[in-house]
Design a protein around this ligand. Structure first.
Ligand code: NAD
Length: 364
């Protein structure tokens, strides 16, 4: 076998505007460029003040604040109806992944353009992935209509994100990077983006913990979160995301904290069977092994430790395993079985040392 490169990589069409304190100017430029007359601004209650600042230079036709995590279908349908009743021609979402998710749900059926102004590190704004929850099952899908046409990043808007939420959300971004290294469509381009995303988040998050108003820390985290999402959108959901979608959709666990908690377990589980991913991630962390780098960061930022802190219990393991197994990507580096997935979830539930999962395969 030779070492030549061969891959197919799709780059998503999106404009990115990035600048501290510039969101209202950027948004005005976008609205003028598009000639939008009826702008619907979507922002949850806690995001309202930020949204007012971002939209201070434009005219708003409709304010909409019914934002619910994981986008229940009935919430999506009410928002679609409001957009139609008001003749909306542009959706502007200001907030975290839940807010972006609602804008995507509207765009999915109306094809309205979205300008996204993210205020967390969830990264939904840079993906063409939508998510809806119906009858306790979270469904996700891919559709170019839901990809925001423009994203405005302004780290000033993230200063109010509490430190614990910043850490959890930043580790959600990191999970995008790591899962991208073995996702179903992993390729050298998304691996390069993921590696730079790991570097930026690893640098930014401790600065935020040391000083929540650090512009450099917030900028690095936001930049890393964007790269993370671009690599994830291209590589597709790997094992980590399949587990977390189950925990969020079926057990209603909080998104960012769940990702932050599960990540070291999936990394420990897969790393031994994914040498190239392991090498890239370790180099990006500047550590001997990827797990060592991740655990060093997690310790520095006081990361979430166990799923039992977020409403999961041993009673849920069997169902979580069953639902997840249906979705595990065929190319996962290590074969996933009922037994080893149960062990992974049990370890994450109780906050055990993730190294138990990287032990010899014959043990689990
Ligand atoms: P979130 O959007 O639910 O926000 C968490 C909380 O933080 C909310 O109460 C919100 O109002 C508040 N908040 C947001 N920004 C703030 C700020 N700057 N200051 C103070 N408070 C702020 O949480 P999230 O983790 O950003 O997003 C989670 C959702 O996004 C999940 O439903 C997840 O499935 C989805 N998601 C989707 C994709 C995708 O590609 N489709 C990617 C990542 C996440």
């Amino acid at each position: 076998m030779n070492n030549s490169l061969a891959f197919i990589h799709d780059t998503l069409p999106q404009k990115v505007m990035f600048g501290y304190g510039q969101s209202s100017t950027f948004l005005k430029q976008e609205v003028e460029l598009r000639g939008s007359k009826k702008v619907m601004v979507i922002a949850g209650e806690r995001e309202l003040e930020i949204a007012q600042k971002v939209t201070s230079d434009i005219e708003v036709a409709l304010w909409y604040d019914e934002v619910v995590m994981h986008v229940p279908i009935e919430v999506a349908e009410r928002a679609r109806q409001s957009a139609a009743d008001n003749g909306i021609d542009l959706l502007v979402c200001v907030g975290g992944g839940s807010t972006t998710g609602l804008a995507k749900a509207i765009a999915m059926t109306t094809a309205l353009p979205i300008v996204a102004v993210p205020t967390t590190y969830a990264g939904s704004e840079a993906t063409n992935v939508w998510g809806l929850t119906e009858a306790q099952r979270k469904t996700t899908g891919v559709d170019l209509k839901v990809l925001p046409q423009t994203v405005i990043y302004d780290s000033e808007l993230t200063m109010s994100l509490p430190v614990d939420m910043s850490v959890a959300s930043g580790l959600n971004g990191l999970a995008h990077c790591i899962d991208s290294l073995w996702g179903p469509h992993a390729d050298p381009i998304n691996a390069a983006l993921a590696a730079e995303g790991i570097r930026a988040l690893n640098e930014g998050l401790p600065k935020i913990v040391a000083d929540p108003h650090s512009i450099d820390g917030r900028d690095q985290a936001l930049y890393g979160a964007y790269l993370a999402a671009v690599s994830f959108a291209s590589a597709g959901s790997g094992l980590h995301h399949k587990i977390c979608h189950t925990l969020g959709g079926t057990f209603n666990l909080p998104h960012a904290q769940t990702h932050a908690t599960v990540l070291p377990y999936v990394l420990a589980f897969n790393a031994g069977d994914a040498p190239e991913a392991e090498r890239r991630a370790a180099a990006a962390f500047g550590s001997d092994t990827a797990l060592e780098g991740l655990q060093r960061l997690r310790e520095a930022v006081d990361a979430p430790q166990r799923l039992s802190d977020y409403g999961f219990s041993a009673d849920g393991i069997e169902e979580a395993v069953e639902v997840t197994l249906e979705k595990v990507p065929a190319n996962n580096p290590r074969p996933v079985t009922k037994e080893n997935l149960s062990k992974l979830l049990e370890a994450a539930l109780n906050g055990e040392d993730p190294a138990v999962l990287s032990a010899s395969h014959t043990l689990i």
